[in-house]
Write a protein that binds this ligand. Structure first.
Ligand code: AMP
Length: 428
């Protein structure tokens, strides 16, 4: 074939052999997300798909993998460096600052969904274009907000009926905490430097805390005895974390404290958390986030704290499919009209126009030849009813109305047809 989709991308289709690529599943997930956001009073923000490269380098941190290796960068016609967004937070912060949203009110609860781009080695659960739901709460530093955000994320998974997931949580404290901890961490790692993976050796000077995140077995072995950051929390960071865990207990939210959880990005303070699937393989992170108290300021904005998370919609869908959760059936037309012959076809087109005018969903089999064949097509489309207009019906001016779910059939005179259908539809 001449044209093929670039590596690491995929189409979302009305029909696909791979369930997670089917449009109706995405629409269901998106509808659950939308409802949830309304229930927690979050407002939608839509930011562009590309930005000036600098924003991502500053926002995501020049020493993270996303910024250093995975950015999709290009020069525009004026030779300015632009990048497709690898995540949403940097753009949301840019938009927040540029549009002076802090003037509007004190607390901002924002969410976004959409594609993100990372030049990564594609594999199951890892794509070059993937989709995220992200939220950012700006303007409050309290542990109650952290709990609300975590509760919302857990509620999303519960509403989707995902059962096999785990919430990991940690505190990486404030600046003072991390300065003290980094010293202890480097002291601990120094004698083992030669045995660390190359990646961790490279991180040793630039960003040692990310070594804790390493998936390399050599590193994991060394890290077994690593000092815990929780022993270094400043008193205010400690209080924040204890209060948060207490509140999560009261909200009946199960968690596992993981003192090695630092998350990939640079800008977090205090609370960090991650949701992992216990079913999917290597790419088991469904979502995660944390508190960032200095990000807005570091990007030139007001000195306001924030907390956010992002989760990957592909991985959520894959987990739902693996757990065999319920998806509502794809919705088909309310009526599938099967006209046999030219007169019937014309009648069907005029009837369809009228019904659609009344917001009733209608489809017509314009190629109908054999009733049975068209009826199986109607089933495939998940149509609720079929309306048969064959020779017999046209001669007698009586249509056969078939309820495809109950398998009941009624004969309706043409003159009563519209009212009969409207009655059925609006009684639903
Ligand atoms: P991150 O910004 O790296 O924390 O990503 C947030 C979430 O997006 C992760 O927990 C994953 O669920 C998802 N994700 C990240 N990168 C990819 C990718 N390349 N392909 C699919 N999903 C991804």
């Amino acid at each position: 074939m001449k044209y093929q989709i670039p590596k690491g991308l995929f189409d979302i289709l009305p029909y696909s052999k791979e369930s997670f690529k089917e449009t109706f599943r995405w629409q269901y997930l998106e509808s659950v997300i939308k409802k949830l956001m309304g229930d927690y009073n979050f407002e939608e923000i839509r930011v562009p798909i590309f930005e000036k490269t600098d924003l991502f380098l500053r926002g995501v941190g020049e020493i993270t993998d996303i910024a250093s290796k995975e950015l999709y960068t290009f020069l525009d016609k004026a030779k300015r460096s632009m990048s497709l967004r690898p995540e949403g937070t940097a753009s949301v912060m840019r938009a927040f600052i540029e549009n002076n949203l802090s003037q509007e009110k004190k607390l901002h609860k924002l969410y976004y969904t959409g594609p993100m781009f990372r030049y990564d080695r594609p594999q199951k659960g890892r794509y070059r274009q993937h989709h995220q739901l992200g939220i950012e709460v700006i303007g409050e530093k309290s542990f109650e907000i952290d709990a609300e955000v975590i509760d919302m994320l857990i509620t999303l998974f519960k509403r989707l009926e995902i059962k096999h997931f785990k919430l990991l949580i940690n505190s990486i404290g404030d600046f003072e905490t991390r300065t003290n901890y980094k010293k202890a961490l480097l002291d601990f790692l120094k004698p083992n430097f030669e045995n660390l993976s190359e990646e961790s050796q490279a991180r040793f000077d630039k960003n040692p805390m990310r070594i804790l995140d390493s998936k390399d077995e050599r590193d994991k072995k060394i890290l077994k005895e690593v000092p815990s950051i929780l022993d270094f929390l400043s008193s205010s960071a400690k209080k924040h974390f204890e209060n948060l865990l207490n509140l999560l207990d009261k909200l009946d939210i199960k968690y596992e404290v993981d003192s090695k959880l630092v998350r990939g990005l640079d800008y977090y303070d205090d609370t960090v958390f991650e949701i992992i699937s216990e079913k999917t393989g290597a790419q088991n992170s469904l979502g995660g986030g944390g508190r960032y108290n200095s990000l807005l300021k570091s990007l030139g904005g007001p000195d306001l704290p924030g907390i956010g998370f992002a989760c990957g919609l592909e991985r959520i869908l894959q987990t739902m499919i693996e757990e065999d959760v319920y998806f509502p059936k794809k919705k088909g037309p309310f009526i599938y009209i099967i006209p046999i012959g030219e007169d019937a076809k014309e009648y069907a087109i005029i009837l369809a126009k009228d019904l659609r005018h009344h917001k009733i969903s209608v489809d017509i089999d314009l190629n109908a030849k054999k009733i049975q064949k068209s009826l199986s097509l109607a089933d495939k489309l998940n149509a609720k009813n079929a309306l048969i207009l064959a020779d017999n019906e046209m001669n007698q001016k009586v249509a056969s109305f078939k309820n495809l779910e109950k398998r009941e059939q009624n004969e309706i005179k043409f003159e009563d047809l519209k009212n009969f259908i409207k009655n059925k539809f609006y009684k639903l």
